[in-house]
Structures are given as structure tokens and as C-alpha cells.
Design a protein around this ligand. Structure first.
Ligand code: PEP
Ligand code: MN
Length: 343
């Protein structure tokens, strides 16, 4: 932490000292402070030397193992712009679409339907991670073409999954946002590769990841130069087998208390059952999520993947009506009811 009157030369001197000792200095954002973050293994070993430099007032250890994604380091909330759609600015964004892009007709019908119902982003998989090698694994490059066509027609920015570092360039060229799925949430070479991409990343929580592990995965992406990370809670593995996963909604306020990154909730993969999706979607909005990820298919019974959890277009439109009512009600509470202090 630099003295508020520290000169640019003093700041540069501290940066150089940190570099000379083999650590990475980063100037930290902040309206009312001038701070330099020090990244590397065991930075406390250079603490005394740094504190003694001119212009330095204190060296404060960051208590969490993730640094750049934590609130200690970056107290202002991040807003991630996805093809012109902001996530994390206080509005609620809904990303919707089929689990897999199956054909141009299927995608265009779904895209038009979710756009009309109020979705802000179109989400569909061209490259699908499947538990069984015999399941439909997506249309690949052809699927990316269909996604481009759907964006053209609807104007919705496109979110799609990337499975391997070697596909990042081609997927990033077609997509407005790269999804890293639950199975790849700790694929560190993929995290590094999307960290080098110039597109926002939607990072799903790993099937059995703690919140700390998940934030460390986000840290990989940010540490590789990509600040535009949005987290997505999609349920975790527990002993319960009547739902596909267990939706950890407490992760929403918990993540908000630890990190400046926006967070979406995916009730489709979390529950695995269409009839459970609307109530969990509304609960996620109430819990403070910045948005939702919902699987929608024009004919879920015929879907090539995740049909049982996909909403029909009609069900999605009806959920969106409820979401709008809930958002309005929550806002009315905030705007219309005097706060505790005011009373
Ligand atoms: C998906 O979004 O279709 C998907 C495969 O999700 P997850 O990685 O959360 O299972
Ligand atoms: Mn799916």
C-alpha cells in the first residue's frame, strides 16, 4: 500500500524491486488507494524489504490463496461485457438455448423463441463433453456456423463451450463468450488457453469443487490476462441421486462475499429435471445471482442431449414472466421500502 502522496518514481521503484526479487507486481485498481499487488509463491519473504522502500506505508498479506479474483485485492465489482450485454451491473441476464446445437433449424427455432421471451444471450453447445463416448458429441465446426447464423438472425450474443486448448482459437472466433464446463473446471491448460483468449469466459463450477478451488480456477484465467470471467454454479456431486446434482445456492452469496466476479446459476444441470427448473431459477434470482443459464429445446423428448432437463419454449416464456415479476418485486422492495436506517 503506497502513501497517497507517493510519486510515480516511488511507485516505479517498488514495482522494479518486486520484479528484481522474482515476483510479479500488478498495479491495483481503486478509487481511494494506490496499491501494488505482489504475485508469486510466498511473497511474505520480501515483505520487510518492500516495506522499507520510500512511499510504502504498509504491506498487507492477502489472506486468500486466490488473489486477483478476490475482493481484498479488487473491492469493486466486475462487470463483464458479452457482445454488448453487461453481466454483473445489477441487471439480470438470462442465457438460454439448447444443450447441443443439433441442426440449423433446431437452433434457429430455439434462438427465436428464447429471444422473443427475453433471453439476453444464446447458449448452445457445438462441442459437447459427454460422459459416454457413444453419446452425441456435437456438430463441431458446423455447429459454430449455425451459432453464427442464429446470432445474425436474433442479434443475441452467443455462448458456447470449448473443450480443448487447441480449439480455443476457432471457438473464440465464432463465440462471444467461451464456456468452460464442469468436467474441465480444473483442466489447467485449458484455463490458461482461455486466459489468453480475448473473449469473456463462463467458468462452471467443477462437479466436486469447493468454492475455493473454483475461485482458484478463475484465478488461472485472470492470471493469464483475461479479466472477463463469469462464474456459474451448476450443482455439485453429493450422495443425493434423485436430482442430477445438488444446487448449492449458498454459493451465490458466498461467492459475492469473496469475489468481485459476477455469478450465474444453471438450474438445468443442477437439477436434471425440467419440473424443478423454474422454482430453482427463481430461488437463484432471490439469492442474488447476476443471471441464469437455462436449457431450452423446441421438442425436449427428441433432444440429442439433456432433454429431461430442457424446458419447452412455452415453459421458458412462462418462467421469464415469473422472473420479470420477481425482479420487479425485489427492486420495489429496495426502492420503495425505507431502509432500516431511514426508519
Ligand atoms: C452444458 O452446459 O451443456 C454442460 C455440459 O454443462 P456442465 O459442464 O455444467 O455439465
Ligand atoms: Mn447440457
Amino acid at each position: 500500500m503506497m502513501n497517497a502522496q507517493a510519486t510515480p518514481a516511488e511507485v516505479a521503484n517498488v514495482m522494479q524491486h518486486v520484479r528484481d526479487r522474482g515476483y510479479k507486481p500488478i498495479e491495483l485498481p481503486g478509487a481511494d488507494r494506490l496499491a501494488i499487488g505482489v504475485l508469486g509463491s510466498n511473497p511474505s519473504s520480501i515483505r520487510d524489504a518492500v516495506v522499507a522502500l520510500p512511499g510504502v506505508v504498509a504491506a498487507i498479506p492477502v489472506s486468500k490463496p486466490y488473489k486477483m479474483v478476490g475482493l481484498e485485492w479488487h473491492p469493486e465489482r466486475s462487470v463483464v461485457n458479452v457482445g454488448g450485454v453487461p453481466i454483473g451491473d445489477g441487471s439480470l441476464v438470462v442465457a438460454a438455448g439448447p444443450c447441443a446445437v443439433e441442426s440449423e433449424a433446431q437452433l434457429l427455432e430455439t434462438a427465436a423463441g428464447v429471444a422473443a421471451a427475453g433471453a439476453g444471450l444464446l447458449r448452445g453447445g457445438a462441442y459437447k463433453p459427454r460422459s459416454s463416448p457413444y453419446s452425441f458429441r456435437g456438430l463441431g465446426a458446423q455447429g459454430l456456423e449455425h451459432l453464427r447464423a442464429a446470432r445474425e438472425v436474433t442479434g443475441l450474443p452467443v455462448v458456447t463451450e470449448v473443450l480443448t486448448p487447441s480449439d480455443v482459437a476457432v471457438v473464440a472466433e465464432a463465440a462471444d463468450m467461451l464456456q468452460v464446463g464442469t468436467r474441465n473446471a480444473q483442466n489447467f491448460s485449458l484455463l490458461e488457453a482461455v486466459g489468453e483468449a480475448r473473449k469473456p469466459v463462463l467458468l462452471k463450477r467443477g462437479l466436486s469443487n469447493t468454492v475455493e478451488e473454483w475461485l482458484l480456477s478463475a484465478e488461472y484465467i485472470v492470471a493469464h490476462g483475461n479479466n472477463d470471467v463469469v462464474l456459474c454454479e451448476r450443482g455439485i456431486r453429493t450422495f443425493e441421486s434423485s436430482t442430477r446434482n445438488t444446487l448449492d445456492l449458498s454459493a451465490v452469496p458466498l461467492v459475492k462475499s469473496l469475489s468481485h466476479l459476477p455469478i450465474l446459476v444453471d438450474p438445468s444441470h443442477a437439477t436434471g429435471h425440467r419440473h424443478l427448473v423454474p422454482s430453482m431459477a427463481l430461488a437463484a434470482v432471490a439469492a442474488g445471482a447476476d443471471g441464469l443459464l437455462i436449457e431450452v429445446h423446441p421438442s425436449p423428448d427428441d433432444a440429442l442431449s439433456d432433454g429431461p432437463q430442457s424446458l419447452t419454449l412455452e415453459q421458458f416464456a412462462s418462467l421469464m414472466d415469473d422472473v420479470r415479476r420477481l425482479v420487479t418485486a425485489l427492486r420495489h422492495e429496495l426502492v420503495g421500502v425505507p431502509s432500516h436506517e431511514a426508519r
